[in-house]
Design a protein around this ligand. Structure first.
Ligand code: PGA
Length: 259
């Protein structure tokens, strides 16, 4: 069988309850004929929409994700949301360490590590986001930065849970309205470095951990990106926020990979 391809989107702090439900229903409907043995589609909306998303009809074929998670079940952690609470509202995937969490809210690799461990233990698919700043890229230390982020966050991980883990490589300089898309060859080279670190950490099992690229993915660059060795999926922001456009992109990419 071919390797599974992952297509996901993070809705960030956009879309209210109604907009999110409409988006999910539309995306689910549009993509319902695509065989989910070959691909996975996941959507990560804001916390306040999750409960309604769970109850909205007809998107069982889309994996519902949360944008963050506390590393404890409950306690004195004002403002945080626990794994138990996320399960209650039907969440199946948790994103950890998005660059906006790291950059704006100053989350550290150690904190991301605690969250990854807890998310895996709690049975969630766990998407760890990593990426270098422009300054680090210009100093030529991107590979070292990625290795530090991975080795810190994945330190001493229980290997029995590895099939739940996914890595999103998102160079910080490529993300968002001011982002510059990474050259596909560069993204491929970094994915290769990530693969080596994963093998270093987990042996041959490191080969099976999906690596997604994210950062200004758009219909013009997506096909070349997905064809890079070691890139198993795309993590898309703005270009995925209309269901019709995301569906079109997904279909074009499946075709590009399988042809
Ligand atoms: P973008 O967002 O595709 O809009 O650059 C990517 C992300 O933040 O994950």
């Amino acid at each position: 069988m071919n390797r599974k391809i992952f297509f996901g989107t993070n809705l960030k702090m956009y879309k209210d309850i109604q907009e999110t439900s409409e988006y999910l229903s539309a995306l689910s409907n549009l993509t319902k004929d695509i065989n989910r043995d070959e691909i996975e589609i996941f959507v990560i909306p804001s916390f306040t929409t999750l409960n309604s998303c769970k109850n909205a009809i007809g998107h069982q074929n889309i994996v519902l994700g949360a944008q963050n998670m506390a590393w404890e079940e409950e306690g004195q952690y004002t403002g945080e949301v626990s794994p138990k609470m996320l399960k209650e509202v039907g969440v199946k995937l948790v994103m950890i360490g998005h660059s906006e969490r790291r950059q704006i809210f100053k989350e550290t690799d150690e904190q991301e590590g605690k969250k990854v461990r807890k998310a895996l233990e709690s049975g969630f698919s766990t998407l760890l986001c990593i990426g270098e700043t422009l300054e680090q890229k210009n100093y030529g230390v991107s590979g070292e930065v990625l290795a530090i982020q991975l080795k810190t966050a994945l330190n001493n991980l229980d290997a029995t849970r590895l099939e739940q883990l996914r890595i999103a490589y998102e160079p910080i300089w490529s993300i968002g309205v001011n982002g510059i898309p990474a050259a596909p060859e560069y993204a491929g080279e970094m994915a290769g470095i990530i693969r080596e670190v994963l093998k270093d950490l987990f042996g041959e099992a490191g080969n099976d951990i999906p690596i997604l690229y994210g950062g200004s993915v758009n219909p013009d660059n997506a096909e070349i990106l997905i064809k890079q060795k070691n890139i198993d999926g795309l993590f898309v922001g703005r270009s995925a926020w209309q269901a019709e456009k995301f569906d079109k992109l997904i279909r074009a990419l499946i075709k590009a990979v399988r042809d």
